[in-house]
Design a protein around this ligand. Structure first.
Ligand code: FAD
Ligand code: SF4
Length: 510
């Protein structure tokens, strides 16, 4: 019995469910770099290099291990420009009994593959993606009947399920489930942040870099200084490096932003976890071992594990619970277009310039830059969710619809009515000032709100509060903001709204 086993670009995992029971003698592995997947958004050039190179290395390893692999390299003139076209060709050539694949991460492609059986006239077996700690069904069962879905509650379930950071008598290690309150320190240069882990590009990576430069010149970002891992071994080294050099300070400076350091104490592992080079549970276990061994404090280890075991699993659950309607949500009725400076970084707002410029160079910005700088600005300015979602999907090496969409549409834009946060993460320039050293270098003055050189975040914040009174006034976590707003003198409120309206008409000039 010969089967076609389709492996997607974010399924580069040797024990993927699609391989279960496969026979190297008869079955054929299919992998393809196709135009449709490479260009449904203008993926950052570094993301394309990462995925094409990691796919080629993975295919090479499979062949080395004795598998028959049909691998289509990218070329714009390839006759088959979609996965369906590639599979259709191989069906005719190899006459397989069936196609086996692991469910894909995003709804768009999942929906297509689900129709192949009818379209190709061949059985298509879609297996669960066991790389997630909670299956879709498990999440749906957990969510059923709950009035509110809160990450923290789900996270505790996952801690109990995996035993991660749990004492033998079932209590959370360190005496608390969550050490977030300890994780809000500003970073002022000390302790020094470790340099990011680097893998030097090999011949395969250099070849795909040329390919990307030649065929995707108008995609966002640059391929310069590509140093991502592209094999499981190198990704494992990146994990070991993080545990040794950055994890001990991860918690303390988790929310910090720096004018000079792009990476701080973050792990930079999401590109590898999301494409299958690292297993999320194994990453959490490695961090838990560091706590056991006294190599890292509990606030760091718990904070890190919560991101993966809690947030990553939670957003995936929300995505599959609510797609496809989720992508169309716009509960705050935003209508503004995304300012062009999101693509160029050319803005006088120092925090925005720095976050976008790092994104352009690295295909990376850390969580607080995504949430409290570029995200916060989009929320305050009332940008259309679909435009800001498209931006986030295009610009990061770790971006996939299932994780990007809930984070942007839900966590940042509050466009889903609040599955990911009980209140929007809206904030004035004060927050950025408190957590970063950007403001001292900025054209705008964070201490001012209504003057011509006032920080735009300040008046836009109050405009947001004012225009969404009906949406948030009765929210217990927002009541204080409305009381503060109402307490201000009418002239002051008027001046803030006038300044914000002026800015909203000139977003492109900020
Ligand atoms: P660390 O700070 O070291 O965190 C450790 C790991 O936790 C990450 O590698 C990631 O796997 C996981 N994680 C942390 N926060 C989240 C989260 N909110 N959702 C899911 N996983 C999380 N993450 C993506 O993987 N892809 C995206 O497209 C993406 N888009 C985002 C968009 C916005 C607006 C925001 C606010 C967050 C987004 N995130 C996304 C989540 C998070 O910002 C990134 O996972 C993180 O910055 C990756 O860098 P890191 O590996 O250094 O993370
Ligand atoms: Fe950003 Fe405002 Fe600070 Fe400038 S002053 S860096 S715009 S928060």
């Amino acid at each position: 019995m010969a089967n076609l086993i389709l492996i997607l670009g974010d399924q580069l995992t040797p024990d993927l469910s699609a391989f279960e029971g496969a026979d190297r003698r008869y079955d054929t592995i299919v992998m393809a770099e196709v135009h449709e997947e490479a260009s449904y958004t203008k993926h950052h050039k570094k993301k394309l290099v990462l995925l094409f190179s990691a796919m080629r290395h993975f295919a090479q390893q499979l062949e080395h291990d004795g598998w028959q692999v049909q691998y289509q390299r990218y070329h714009p003139d390839n006759e088959q420009q979609s996965l369906e076209a590639v599979v259709t060709r191989l069906r005719a050539e190899l006459q397989p009994e069936k196609i086996i694949t692991t469910e894909c991460g995003e709804w768009r492609l999942h929906n297509r593959i689900s129709q192949w059986q009818g379209r190709l006239g061949l059985p298509v077996e879609i297996r669960s993606d066991t790389r997630f700690i909670a299956s879709k069904q498990e999440f749906a069962r957990w969510a059923e009947g709950r009035k509110q879905l809160r990450m923290e509650h789900f996270y505790r379930e996952m801690r109990r399920k995996t035993g991660l950071l749990m004492t033998p008598d079932g209590k959370p290690e360190g005496g608390s489930w969550n050490f977030d309150a300890d994780n809000r320190r500003k970073w002022s240069g000390k302790p020094p942040a470790p340099a990011p882990f680097r893998t030097e590009p090999d011949a395969i990576t250099r070849e795909v870099t040329e390919l990307v430069e030649q065929h995707f010149p108008d995609h966002f970002g640059t391929t310069e200084d590509f140093h991502f891992a592209v094999t499981p071994e190198d990704a494992q080294e990146a994990l070991d490096y993080f545990i040794e050099f950055a994890l001990p300070c991860f918690g303390d400076y988790q929310d910090a932003i720096s004018d000079t350091e792009d990476w701080l104490f973050h792990s930079i592992l999401s590109p590898y976890i999301n494409c299958g080079l690292l297993d999320p549970l194994a990453v959490c276990e490695a961090a838990a071992r560091a706590w056991d061994a006294g190599q890292a404090p509990i606030n760091a280890v718990e904070g890190f594990i919560r991101q993966i075991l809690g947030w990553r699993e939670f957003v995936r659950g929300i995505y599959w619970l609510h797609m496809p309607g989720y992508a169309r949500e716009n509960r705050l009725d935003n209508t503004r277009a995304l300012p062009w400076f999101y693509w160029t970084g050319e803005t006088k707002m120092r925090c925005m310039h720095k976050a976008i410029d790092a994104t352009r160079r690295n295909a990376y910005a850390h969580h607080i830059q995504r949430l409290m700088v570029t995200g916060n600005f989009a929320l305050l300015a009332g940008i259309k969710p679909e435009e800001i979602c498209d931006w986030y999907l295009a610009v990061y090496a770790d971006a996939y619809d299932w994780v990007e969409l809930p984070n942007v549409l839900g966590m940042v834009m509050h466009a889903d009515g609040g599955y990911l946060g009980s209140k929007p993460y809206a904030s004035s320039g004060k927050y950025i000032h408190r957590m970063s050293d950007h403001c001292v270098n900025c054209h705008y003055k964070v201490s001012k709100s209504t003057e011509p050189d006032a920080c735009p975040f300040n008046s836009l914040y109050w405009h947001f509060i004012d225009r969404h009174r009906d949406d948030f006034e009765s929210n217990p976590r927002m009541g204080m903001m409305y009381r503060n707003w109402d307490k201000q003198k009418p002239e002051r409120r008027e001046a803030l709204l006038t300044r914000a309206n002026y800015l909203l008409k000139r977003l492109e000039e900020l």
